[in-house]
Design a protein around this ligand. Sequence first.
Ligand code: APR
Length: 334
Amino acid sequence: MPLEIVRNDITKMTVDAIVNAANESLLGGGGVDGAIHYAAGPELLAECKTLGGCKTGKAKITGGYNLPAKYVIHTVGPIYEDGKHGEKALLESCYRESLALAKEHNCETVAFPLISSGVYGYPKDQALKVAIQVISDFLLENEMKVYIVIFDKAAYKISEKLFSDIAEYIDDNYVDQHTDYCRESVRMNAPMQASVGLFEADLCECKAMSAEDDLDAKLKQIDESFSQMLLRKIDEKGMTDAECYKKANIDRKLFSKIRSDVHYKPSKPTAIAFAISLELTLSETEDMLKKAGFALSHSNKFDIIIEYFISKGNYNIFEINEALFAFDQSLLGA
Ligand code: APR
């Protein structure tokens, strides 16, 4: 999964580079800045002193010293006033400049704290949105594993509105027994019936088959495997393979495994991640999951949150992962 939101102390992350939410002097401070300097040891400060400071929105790189990370990328976030003083653009620049530096130094893994969301007062949910947006745009064009490290769960929240919407949706649906799809036997007109006998299907609405080739196509789809359906849908949507797996927040290696093995059985989060990437409807999602041996169930919150987003037509996998994280569920992707 190229972008992951994790709870951890960034100084403990074994990645190529961790990003520090510094101030313009680069001479250390409190918060994550203080924690990183403390863990790295005095040599970090000694190197920072040679850098001549750093402008807000910019980034500079040093060694990691006693940290498990090889590098520290120091970036200076904006001090949040009211959101009308260019704070968002400066915060976006922090992520962009840090990622560019990481790429320049061939980093394969990078961990970010939520820049400016502490002492500098940037509202946490907006700070997270900016981070996710800039990082996911970068990951559409670049191969890298990026972590957003949330230090204290209390500090992490998605927007109140979204949170209460989802909580309500869970309440409404979690209690209800999910009525199984009506299994309809669709009686074809005589010529079709003679050739294929009774055709039983899981359909929400009872739709009689209109044309022979439609029926053939449907019959073929029943036999197709998960990966065959995935590749068919990628074609139908006019997507490239890369667009699909990047939007699904799935790494290239896993995708090529699925592509090369017609009987590959993905995990449920992976199957759902592809359904989201392809922007499938709920019944298409159910169909794709069934081919991987799964079903969406109202007896677990993960599935209900997925169903919430699909029913709202929101297929932004990073927003969905934010919500899953807020409800302590596993995240979408590999
Ligand atoms: N690991 C990960 N995240 C952490 C850690 C840690 N060990 N410690 C704090 N954080 C989180 C905070 O919870 C917050 O969400 O980092 C985020 C950024 O908070 P700050 O560290 O306060 O950084 P910022 O808001 O950008 O303010 C920068 O604070 O420490 C000073 O010298 C720094 O002047 C600069 C200012």
